[in-house]
Design a protein around this ligand. Structure first.
Ligand SMILES: [Fe+2]
Length: 520
């Protein structure tokens, strides 16, 4: 039977509308069709500015927004909505979840985070949930204005605290999953969160063998109490599921829906003992790829629907992350191979700069680590270091390889390489940060560098790091126009130019790494 979603909502919600904000017309059309069919009122906007206009005219109860949009991005929009009416839940949708975005989203009061491509059913589940929470929130605000109804207020407050806690758990899952940069880490994280979140004695992730439909363990975690119990788990001794669990897994894979056995009547003995069990399938492109299991093996603890919901939520998000990562790893690997080939092509043309990019990368990352850069920044440095001179591909041989002094015009040509390099990276539609570093690796701290003449901290800090590493390696290697310089001379030049050409902070870090023998 078709149930109109509006039946589940209150009168005030029925009059309100869901706002979708995306710069892609076809996404808006699909969302309108789906949600109108489900009985919701829907309005759309192509960007943040347009969305704010809609908000002043319409009664909006919930907003879905893309992150990357012209004029005003989704996170700025979320912030504006919060100022305007903090009861409107905002859900952001993005193709590339990053740690920075997750933190910004949480700060801006965004209540949920969906990874593109977004599944419409998943969106509807999200709408129902946020509207339920919004009603609770609005009720709470209304009640707090009245002195009477105290008891209700206490109850609602408790519910709200519980909801907030749940939201925190869900956000933690999202944040943890979005920091993962390789598919291998995801399974480990899933079992660890499961043990922490559900207080299971043991959690495992099994990949399902395609031909035989048999589960094969790829990650496991056991709780501290179970590890210290008289009959600890067998993790690590066998990669196959025990018999009882195996049967339940096979059923779950066939049914393709999460399984909760709160009180397991057919529990085995010893390590095979599973008093309470949850099994959640993880589907990749509509096919069961693996299952996440959680088991209670001792004591009185039993699993509930709520815990099954957490696990399903987490597995769903993990599946999107895996799909995105696989896609990203694939694109990224292909792209890096092409770009590395570019770099090799330049180095073959100019033997004097051979391996220069690799050495600059190595030195830059050492300075980065020494000066407290995050792992994400170090990754950016690794790619930018490797590609920093990629723009030299656009400089003619007679200038690039000239042994004599360059004329003014020729030097002007050489000065174009940071811009050319940044444009090459930009045309691939990726990596804003990397683009900035490559564009500005020849800026000087006193503002007399090129191409933009940026001064001091106007130059991105990773570009300031790269500039020290680049200069050191250039002086420490033979060039077409001169032999390499002696180490004492190079160190003196770096010291002399600290504060004029280079950021003193990074020269200092370089010198101390050098003294410690960490740079050769
Ligand atoms: Fe350069």
């Amino acid at each position: 039977m078709f149930i109109n979603a509006a039946q589940n909502n209150t009168v005030s919600d029925m009059n309100g509308k869901i706002l979708f904000v995306d710069d892609e017309e076809n996404i808006l059309e699909i969302a309108i069709e789906f949600f109108q069919h489900k009985g919701y009122h829907v309005v759309t906007a192509k960007n943040g500015i347009e969305a704010l206009k809609v908000l002043t005219k319409e009664k909006i109860i919930c907003c879905f927004t893309d992150i990357n949009m012209p004029e005003m991005d989704g996170l700025q929009l979320a912030e504006e909505i919060r100022k305007l009416d903090n009861t409107i839940p905002v859900i952001v949708m993005t193709g590339y979840p990053s740690l920075e975005n997750s933190i910004r989203t949480l700060k801006n009061g965004v209540v949920d985070f969906l990874i593109k491509p977004v599944n419409l059913n998943q969106m509807e589940v999200c709408v129902k949930r946020v509207l339920r929470e919004r009603r609770l929130f609005v009720k709470n605000i209304l009640l707090s204005k009245e002195i009477e109804g105290k008891e209700r207020l206490v109850r609602l407050n408790n519910e709200l605290v519980y909801k907030l806690k749940e939201l925190q758990i869900l956000n933690k899952i999202m944040t943890d999953l979005s920091t993962i940069s390789s598919t291998e880490d995801i399974f480990k994280l899933l079992v660890e969160i499961t043990v922490e979140l559900t207080h299971a004695d043991e959690s495992k992730f099994f990949v399902i063998n395609d031909s035989e439909n048999t589960p094969f363990e790829v990650a496991s975690s056991i709780s501290k109490t179970y590890r210290e119990s008289p009959f600890p788990g067998t993790t690590g001794k066998s990669l196959k599921a025990d018999n009882g669990l195996n049967l339940m897994i096979v059923d779950t894979v066939q049914d393709e829906i999460p399984l909760l056995v709160s009180e397991n009547k057919n529990s085995g003995r010893g390590a095979d003992k599973n008093l309470s069990v949850m099994i959640v399938p993880l589907k990749i492109q509509e096919k069961v790829f693996g299952v996440l299991t959680a088991t209670v093996k001792q004591g009185v603890k039993r699993f509930s629907d709520k815990e099954l919901y957490y696990l399903s939520f987490m597995t769903q998000k993990a599946a999107s992350s895996i799909e995105n990562l696989v896609l990203y790893e694939h694109i990224n690997r292909g792209l890096m191979t092409t770009l590395k080939a570019f770099v090799k092509a330049i180095e073959v043309r100019d033997p004097y700069t051979q391996e220069h990019s690799n050495r600059v990368t190595e030195i830059s990352t050492k300075i980065g680590k020494k000066t407290g850069c995050s792992d994400e920044e170090i990754d950016i440095l690794k790619i930018s270091g490797l590609l920093h001179d990629i723009g030299k591909i656009g400089i003619r041989d007679e200038i690039l390889l000239k042994t004599g002094k360059l004329t003014k015009e020729e030097f002007e040509k050489i000065k174009e390489h940071p811009d050319i390099g940044a444009d090459i990276i930009g045309q691939l539609g990726m990596w804003d940060e990397h683009q900035k570093i490559i564009r500005h690796h020849h800026e000087r701290f006193d503002g007399s560098g090129y191409p933009a003449g940026l001064k001091g901290e106007e130059t991105p800090h990773l570009a300031r790091i790269l500039s020290v590493a680049d200069a050191y390696d250039a002086m420490a290697s033979d060039r077409a126009y001169r032999k390499k310089l002696a180490p004492e001379i190079i160190l003196n030049i770096l010291k002399d130019c600290s504060g004029t050409q280079f950021d003193p902070k990074y020269v200092e870090a370089f010198l101390s790494l050098y003294m410690e023998g960490k740079i050769n």
